[in-house]
Design a protein around this ligand. Sequence first.
Ligand code: NAD
Ligand code: UGA
Length: 464
Amino acid sequence: MFTMNKNIVCIGAGYIGGPTMAVIAKMNPDRKVYVCDINAQRIAAWNSKDYELPIFEPGLVDVVKEVRGKNLFFTTDIRSAVRKCDIVFVGVNTPTKMFGRGAGRASDLQFWEATAREIKEWAKGDKIVVEKSTLPVRTAAAMEAILNGGTGNGERGKQFRFTVLSNPEFLAEGTAIKDLLDPDRVLIGGPDTPEGREAVGEICDIYAGKDGRWVDRAKILTTNVWSAELTKLAANAFLAQRVSSINAIAGLCEATGADVDEVARVIGADRRIGPKFLKAGPGFGGSCFKKDVLNLVYLCESFGLHTAAEYWSGVIKMNDHQQERIVSRLFKEMFNTLANKKIAMFGFAFKADTGDTRETPAGYVARLLNEEHVRLSITDPKAIENGRRDLAGLDGVTWEKDPYKAAKDADAVLLMTDWKEYPALDWARIFKSMRKPALVFDTRNCLDAASLRETGFKVLNIGK
Ligand code: NAD
Ligand code: UGA
């Protein structure tokens, strides 16, 4: 195809671009890796002297310390980074489109398309362009058309060749570094042409790492581009569907005296099902599950597969219902009036070990409680800054670093995130400081309910 310089640039320095490229740089010390963003503040944080990185992720600081300035560089100068590198990953955001056709379901591809046009404008040679963002099936065809269409884009009208591949990312937040270092699989989709196969080989080499020290070649799976794009949406839909399935059973457990954790333990012992993603709770949050399932629904509808669309819509419907159910149960338990009561919300991040609050169930529940005129005091070890921004303008919400202060004079503690700090708190001290009757609603089933009851609390759980 062409002689490659092996250097890598990633456009988009967010939750995906930052950690993924840091680990690629660590495992490929012979390659230069550039991570770019239009958000100068974000790049400054990635470059900050004291490693105040823009995202919290266990183990990330250590990797960045090891490679930053050696073979990993964060920059806003996208043009020169694209010129220096023959391999271009694109990890920009692809949120749900909130306007026009497909509003509320389709992916908003404007950031992706803008990036493709920039790559085309700045390229001074052939490139492999890799979709790292999660995208609807057949986006690569549109990208190919933009990148390879039109008249010559290079010097003296020479047409450069862009080969578009799909390399979706499967890491989960909170375990990103672990997932990257030891993935279940890496997926690379490419066209079945000589250039396509060669480009796929180049990306396989990156994941194999220098001297084959990273991902076992047997775990690097290759497919056609459309399968790769669709696999990412399908994988997230399957995971989200498991969470909605167990939450659908949780309601039935509450009504019948069954215990959802016991049911999940036994279901999960069947090796055909497996134990993961069977934890009942407040419903899934995070930037991707809802967005990707909605995108799958939109794709099904676009292809006239209405029953399939309805099936996947049910996963989202069940998730929304779970959060509404939390508020209904609180309402019923607190004598059918929540107005002016103080509720201490423990945890605002969408899961433990992250400061990310995108689509967090806690945000949705906080808004529902706000409609009931609850006085909310919210605490979280890592997500206060993001939470404050999410709920800006909502009256009656205060933020408290210290969970003991958040719970003082409260009528109820509503635990929304299973931070490991929470079971270790002095719950007798919390009980003493609260208004009575004191209620704990543990939506993650992570506290010792028997001991809380002994202390004097009224305890609610999910699915029991
Ligand atoms: P993010 O919002 O944290 O980061 C995206 C970054 O892209 C932002 O910093 C934004 O400023 C930048 N950007 C947008 N347009 C740009 C442009 N034209 N030039 C340069 N930079 C630009 O989003 P994220 O969570 O990293 O997700 C990115 C993609 O990865 C999404 O498609 C998402 O579905 C996918 N993904 C995310 C995760 C995750 O754990 N967050 C996991 C798997 C896949
Ligand atoms: C998820 C997938 O797990 C990743 O493979 C994928 O790459 C990523 O989405 C993405 O595309 O962005 P993430 O959202 O970071 O990762 O975190 P998960 O661990 O999947 O949790 C998602 C939500 O489901 C959280 O709110 C979590 O609390 C909830 N969950 C998860 C449950 O309620 N029960 C479970 O058993 C598991």
